[in-house]
Design a protein. Structure first.
Length: 217
């Protein structure tokens, strides 16, 4: 288990434009050849947008983009003409395939925080796709077949225990609160890259929210 602390994240974004980003992987001008990906996961960005701030329309291709809102409300528009509002507890998935353009903004009057995770597809090409699951339950994993990955959401009370999937690789990200993962204590923004573990559990130290990516290889 390789633990990465929140303080180790690379700080990006555009503070003057109200955008504060923390990158867990090599990204943009921050090139780290030893930290390009873990399994299918190629980005795990913590985004904080001030009211009125956002990302204007920009392109993506050959990327599965999954967004989890922590607080506030995200407005999403894409080149298919679709517009949606993503709120805490919703899972949003944009499959960029051969190419798509989208914009993401905080159109509300309060701060927005979200976690955006990018996964590499198993094969290139295809048509763009979009999905949103409102208020996903802990017992309902979200599959991203194009990347060979499954997202599990875990909301833990203090002292509550949950099993970590027995998989070839698991990427764990703490959204809020504190958890003990195996023998490691993790806080908000901390992550763990888990390879080949069996019988691993996460226990809430405080009320906590945890995202787990289960990957076969």
């Amino acid at each position: 288990m390789d633990v990465r602390r929140a303080a180790e994240r690379y700080r990006g974004g555009d503070p003057e434009a109200g955008i504060d980003t923390r990158h867990a992987f090599s990204f943009g001008p921050h090139y780290d050849p030893g930290n390009l990906r873990f399994g299918a996961v190629i980005a795990c960005n913590e985004e904080r947008l001030a009211p009125g701030a956002g990302f204007d329309e920009h392109p993506h291709s050959h990327t599965e983009i999954v967004t989890w809102v922590v607080e506030g409300e995200l407005t999403h528009r894409d080149s298919t003409g679709r517009e949606s509002r993503v709120r805490p507890g919703d899972v949003q998935h944009l499959g960029a395939a051969a190419g798509v353009r989208h914009a993401e903004r905080n159109d509300s009057d309060r701060p927005l925080t979200f976690v955006q995770m990018w996964l590499a597809p198993l094969a290139p090409g295809g048509e763009p796709s979009y999905d949103i699951v409102p208020g996903i339950a802990d017992a309902t994993p979200y599959a991203v077949p194009a990347a060979g990955a499954m997202l599990h959401v875990r909301r833990l009370a203090p002292g509550e225990r949950t099993a970590v999937p027995d998989a070839a690789q698991v990427y764990a990200h703490v959204v809020r609160g504190e958890v003990v993962l195996g023998v490691e204590r993790l806080g908000p923004g901390d992550s763990a890259r888990i390879t080949g573990e069996r019988g691993l559990a996460a226990v809430g130290v405080t009320a906590a929210e945890l995202l787990l990516w289960e990957m076969a290889a």
